[in-house]
Design a binder for this molecule. Sequence first.
Ligand SMILES: C[S@@+](CC[C@H](N)C(=O)[O-])C[C@H]1O[C@@H](n2cnc3c(N)ncnc32)[C@H](O)[C@@H]1O
Length: 273
Amino acid sequence: MRPELQRRVQRYGWDYSSPYYEKGWQLQLWPAQKRLLEKANLQKGEKVLDISCGTGLVTFPIAETVGPEGSVTGIDLSEGMIEKAASLADKDSVSNVSFQRMDAEKLDLPDDSFNIAINSLGLMYYPDPDKAIRETYRVVKPKGRAAALVWGRRKECGWTDIFPIVDRRVESDVCPLFFQLGTGETLQKTFRKAGFTDIVSERFDMKLHFDSDEQAVIAAFLGGAVALAYRKFDEQTKEEAHAEYLESIGSYRDETGYDIPGEFVIVSGKKFG
Ligand SMILES: C[S@@+](CC[C@H](N)C(=O)[O-])C[C@H]1O[C@@H](n2cnc3c(N)ncnc32)[C@H](O)[C@@H]1O
């Protein structure tokens, strides 16, 4: 897929998924996101950039940790995500966060301006993740840090049939590079190439629990990257795709719902200075 087309699929796809994202994924992703924030070792008063902030699932916990002397800037390609995050900040009167629509590969931010940049589950969706990590390096202060969370290897994630199930019906490849960064040492190498040092990485797995068929279907089809393609399906195609997906995760079902395995990778590094 051409980079410009991939960017559009992402931008408008996540606009559609923004109302469903938290319902589909908030509880399931928190243990991995929490681990990312622990690795980031955030300090009171730090100025943080949250790249691909989505609805703010990690932005708000970061804001609480850095406190009123610190601040968080959340950026995301999707207007829908940014609007949702900004409205949550307004509703809860969180004053040390701000949100802007921006492409992670082209940060409209000055050099050397953040103590730390966080990227929670954003990198898999970019046409050029190397460029985004170079941009991350540029905007972090000398001696500053960056930490990123990505999904791990395809064979260790139980939900991955969602991609071929949707791609077959739209004859495209919604997320061509999705599992590349979480395989082998790809993400560490990307950090190193961008200039980061003191690189630390961790691979871990956890179960993603979905109470019901409905919740699993909402998360997979409406709450994520395939939302734009899925929107164009007629009712019959939707039903067939749901049935195929539920069959693909059927072996993870018991009387409490689904416990789907997921693998994640966290990589962090420091900027020379
Ligand atoms: C799975 S969500 C992660 C949201 C949040 N960080 C979290 O951990 O819940 C992925 C996000 O990446 C954003 N995204 C995709 N491509 C992007 C790009 N090129 N630049 C910035 N954000 C992008 C999407 O809009 C979406 O909000």
